[in-house]
Design a protein around this ligand. Sequence first.
Ligand code: SAH
Ligand code: SF4
Ligand code: F3S
Length: 472
Amino acid sequence: MSGRYVVRTYGCQMNEHDSERIAGLLEADGYAEADDLDGADVVVLNTCCIRENADNKLYGNLGHLKTWKDAVPGRRVVVAGCLAQKDRDTVRERAPHVDVVLGTHNVHRTAELLGSVESSGPVTEILEEAVVDDEVLFPSALPVRREVSHSAWVTIQIGCDNNCAFCIVPAVRGDEVSRPFDDVIAEVQRFADDGVTEVTLLGQNVNSYGRDLQLARRRAGDVDARPRPLFADLLGAVGAVEGIRRVRFTSPHPKDMRPETFEAMASSPEVCEHLHYPLQSGSDRVLALMHRGYTAERYLDRLVEARSTIPDLAVSTDIIVGFPGETEDDFERTLEVAAAAEYDYAYTFIYSPRPGTEAAEAVDDFIDADVARERFDRLRVVVERSALARHEARVGRVEEVLVEGPSKRDPSVTSGRTRQNKLVHFTPPRPLRAGSYATVEITRGAPHFLEGNFVELLVEATHRTRIPVLSL
Ligand code: SAH
Ligand code: SF4
Ligand code: F3S
């Protein structure tokens, strides 16, 4: 096939990573990326359904795309991702102009399905569960089109075996399956050979990585299947790949946090000093209703252990306010834990009922929207206070920064990330290529970023950065 495409991605890094595969598959099939919607023949919407506003946004965009499609014969609309997986029929009903609907386990079929539209008309293909074929589960052999050449995502696990009462992810991403250890290392090795210096290991519950692999080995009679958690080993092994300077991972689950993971973070110099540690609520009562498997005290104890094992650790989190039945007292526990945890940053959400999940049934306990909004605002104040304090405490330090490119707000300024994943703005004496490493002396801390003065260039990147795709 030939033509031009755009991919628009909603949701988390899993989806961003799937979008790289979709773009790679289309390019391998002869498509080229379009600069904008007007220049495109194919639009792929890779969707998310984690909260209700994600659904609404999608249907709004699909409405606009009808006009776009009708303007030029032969234009195609593809809907992929988690919302397609969940609501294939609604997508078809509300947007009959969609040509291809494909699920989270069908990414590898994107180009073929699109090719079939010409002869067979609109097509829907959704697998309920991942096909147990490593190439399809973890499509590392599929083409990939990455936005930047220095950084890469590596899937180590798909799906989720937890049942958090608010969460739709297990329903749309299936059971938890770990990718074989050697395959992960082999992919990291390939990336490193290609000039990648930073990898982010992806999974919904990364620190339970390998549990299923070990169980399978034991069932097969392997008495040596190691009792040690494989995630800690994986961190060390990824860091040891020649050429890798930074290893990140997201997301771990507090209930599965083990000292071995902290020790691996501390002993592997490549693993960055940043832990995303999702709290969700500070109330034990709400945590139990959510089925999170830990108490606030246990959460904080492990955080203390993490900070004492890993020097200079940055900590971020996810918190939901207004979970069904959350009282003012419950919410105050959340404020207390958030203050005690002294987060560097936090993603905060107002609870959004997702049909099919347990919490969505508790209609009588839903929290009034104004109360939830007010709690949300109070929580932001607490989080921003600790973020600012932690950022101001970095003033005067010299930090290693991985250059991302010109700042979005002011292109005369360069932006990059520290090992603690903090955004830093600075002005080098000459433009630095994305992917270069420099040191920067921090001069100012704001709640969401740092500013600093360039000190020296450590590594000049040789790869060219690709320009990010449009937004709709
Ligand atoms: N696997 C990750 C979370 C993935 S979803 C983990 O366990 O940490 C990312 C975040 O979205 C969650 O941590 C949660 O804070 C938020 N979230 C999930 N479902 C939600 C819902 N129904 N309403 C509001 N926020 C939600
Ligand atoms: Fe959702 Fe919980 Fe699984 Fe995270 S661990 S994806 S919040 S069910
Ligand atoms: Fe959204 Fe699916 Fe990720 S629901 S948050 S894109 S796993």
